[in-house]
Design a protein around this ligand. Structure first.
Ligand code: GDP
Ligand code: MN
Length: 384
């Protein structure tokens, strides 16, 4: 889970990292009152979105009085920053910046250990900083304290460990004109696989999606199914809603991403991203498929996956068939799948298509997934 700046800063503060004085404003709250409570004249008004680069994309505004702040906050609430929904606005005391540095800790996938990255040249993207201006310190995950002589290095390390983070970043780490170090920004990615260790803390975070907007009713519904699940939690548990009209039921992580590209290349637009591999039980697939098919305005359904290793094609298809029996879509359906019990699975689909009079084309491994996207596109275009 990625945190908003204001949430990240609270975790930094807990460890003794200095953060600017600030107030958080949600939609509908009294902006003028919040600003007055802050008792700071010069402020930075910052859109709270999950993407970075707000500075370059009108998400960071500088204000000198109440009138400007009210206008700035209202403006940010009507805007999207980097295509993302502005969840809240953070109004912060403006800093008198002498220098901007960069400090982060993350996992280095090459050395398989955490690495602390520091640069005197912060504020900009670290990718744009010349390599000889970047310090890297490999860290030992077993050590409670680190011996790195950089402001807030140890505090950030404690934050990284205690919160089970995958990334903690301060960019810029500001040195003010009176010589104080302070975290002007916060970017934290928490490790979802460690969520069970932080249940009490994490429930307080407002819900969010990878799309940087509040979850849709269907996304919430899919999450609820997954929560009720113990053994199969995480399988058939992902539904990301998109703007298009082609319903998606994919299996196989890597193939699914390639399939999204193939679909878009055919000029079709996905209504969702859903991946149900991991051998989920029939009932779970049934509920998931029902939600996928409940989106209004669908023009096609693509059920695609590679050759499964152990996912039971019959069992999972039975779940989809249960949903098709209820929804009886009138739009074209293309299926491409192979793996254990594929024959029985395909038979179920065929029978379902017959009894409900569905427009369905079935393919096994003789047809590539990308090709089957083409078939779907032809069908959809012929229908419209
Ligand atoms: P990001 O673009 O999403 O990473 O947002 P940041 O919070 O890092 O802000 C972007 C830039 O705005 C920073 O690199 C600073 O140059 C500037 N900035 C942010 N806060 C302040 C502040 O309090 N005072 C001043 N003068 N500049 C700031
Ligand atoms: Mn930043």
């Amino acid at each position: 889970m990625n945190l908003y700046e204001h949430e990240g800063k609270q975790l930094y503060k807990k460890q003794g990292i200095a953060i600017p004085k600030a107030v958080l404003i949600y939609r509908g709250e009294d902006i003028a009152l919040a600003y007055d409570d802050l008792v700071v004249e010069r402020v930075v008004v910052k859109a709270q979105v999950l993407s970075g680069k707000r500075g370059k994309n009108n998400g960071i505004l500088f204000c000198n009085n109440q009138k400007e702040v009210v206008a700035a906050v209202e403006q940010l609430f009507t805007a999207q920053i980097n295509g993302q929904y502005v969840a809240s606005v953070y109004v912060e005391e403006a800093l008198d910046i002498a220098t901007e540095a960069y400090l982060s800790i993350t996992y280095d996938t090459k050395t398989n250990q955490p690495v602390l990255v520091f640069s005197q040249q912060g504020g900009v993207d670290i990718e744009d900083v010349a390599d000889d201006h970047i310090e890297r310190h490999a860290l030992d995950i077993r050590q409670k304290d680190i011996d790195v002589d950089i402001p807030f290095a140890n505090e950030l390390w404690h934050c990284f460990l205690e919160e089970d983070a995958r990334l903690v970043e301060i960019n810029p780490l500001v040195k003010t004109k009176d010589g104080q170090w302070i975290a002007a920004d916060a970017k934290i990615a928490l490790d979802d696989d460690a969520s069970f260790r932080h249940k009490e803390d994490w429930v307080h975070y407002e819900s969010r999606t990878m799309m940087g907007r509040p979850p849709t009713e269907r996304e919430i519904a899919v999450e609820a199914i997954d929560q009720g699940e113990k053994y199969y939690q995480g399988t058939a548990g992902k539904y990301i809603e998109m703007d298009g009209d082609i319903a998606i039921l994919f299996s196989g992580g890597g193939a699914s991403i390639a399939n999204m590209d193939a679909l878009i290349k055919q000029g079709l637009k996905p209504a969702n991203y859903t991946e149900y591999s991991g051998n989920p039980p029939r009932e779970k697939v049934h509920q998931l498929a029902k939600i996928v098919l409940s989106k209004p305005g669908l023009k096609g359904l693509w059920i695609a996956g590679g050759v499964a290793n152990f996912t039971n094609v019959k069992e999972t298809f039975q779940g989809i068939v249960d949903a098709l029996d209820e929804v009886k879509p009138t739009y074209p359906i293309v299926v491409r799948r192979a793996g254990p019990f594929e024959k029985e699975g395909m038979q179920l689909m065929e029978d379902c298509a017959k009894r409900n009079n569905l427009t369905m084309q079935l393919f096994g491994k003789e047809m590539s997934m990308t090709e089957s996207a083409k078939v779907l596109a032809e069908q959809v275009n012929a229908t419209v």
